[in-house]
Design a protein around this ligand. Sequence first.
Ligand code: LLP
Length: 420
Amino acid sequence: MRGDVFHYEGGHLATEGVRLSDVTDTVPTPFYLYAVGPLVERYRALDRAFANSRHLHCVAMKANSQPALLRPLAMEGAGAEVVSGAELALALELGFSPSRIVFSGVGKTERELVAGIRAGIRLFLVESEAELHVLDRLNARAAAEGRRAPVALRLNPDIDPKTHRHIATGVSAAKFGVDPDTARNLYRRHREFSHLEFVGVHSHIGSQITSVGPLSENARVLASWVRELRSVGVPIRYVDIGGGLGIPYYGDDTPGFTAYAEAMLPHLGDLDVEILTEPGRVLLGPIGAFVVTVLYMKTVHGRNFAVVDAGLNDLIRPALYDAFHRVVPLIDKDTPISNVDVVGAVCESSDVFARDRELPGLERGDCLAILDTGAYGFAMSSNYNLRPRPAELVVDGAAYRIVREAETEAQLVARELGHR
Ligand code: LLP
């Protein structure tokens, strides 16, 4: 825990000098709490690692769209990777300049594509020939006179990222991107799309990738595409290497930003391209904690359970991917350790945040933090079981504040009834 964003100070879990137990004295659980300072530090470290190249880091908004986190990144000069009309609209609202926005996603609607065209975004990451035709037609109608829409095809390079199968995207069985033969054919026919400009290549092979090997292979493949495409007259300016760098959920070792850049740049550094990256988890994951309270302790057939006041509707990663998140008490108690399953209140047997963890003897009312939940935590929350979604707080400087109130039961009931 030493050096972590969340660590113990005098027996209390804290970040940026703020004790989480002080927060729970005033804010009811469950809530997500994010540390802004460490987020900005992480962004700067990533940026420094790529300092010797032309580059733009486009933060993957799907990991966490909380404005209090995205605004400081926009101010640092980050770009945004968006996958929906609302993400695009929010990115613009938060001050990401259109020239720093890339639009990916396997099923963009015409309305979303037109919004991207009107905004004048940096790059459309196109997933199929059919999408190219739609974008070409829409751009002819919606774009400023003569302005061609900048596109990169998303390649499916069939690289195994060695991660959970639900978050492997560049393998041949995945729905994402176009295969190499199709891509080659489309790039060669680029002049047929008179309202598009083929300026980039792109591939995002998956998420939570914990060794640089597959990422480096992806960069190597993309670099060979740049050479090949330029040799047939396609004016490639951008290489978008996607996101995917993993974080140490187990407190183990994963590649840092320097190792990541060192694995990418040898392939791309001499190509005279702008390198685009789309980091999500690696920036946002470690800076968030999900704070819950133990409602009940119980033992069933000899197994100990801590039932907490949250559920898979708030944090679905363990249920969906068997994901591991460290769970730690807000106050480090000197009581005997026992093994417990930390479980949620939702009526699903997969509603288990953590299995068989060694924790100091827990009691009703004790608070726990589920760590590394800044990415794909709140962003994937829902109202399943008609449960209000939790609050979001940030620690900024030495103070904390609520940046999104928890939903209330009354709001949910009114919505079900169709009331405004
Ligand atoms: N770019 C594209 C095109 C993506 O699809 C994604 C994530 C990213 C960038 C950002 O990837 P990252 O750097 O965060 O790995 N819900 C899952 C993760 C799904 C990732 C989806 N795409 C989870 O909780 O593990």
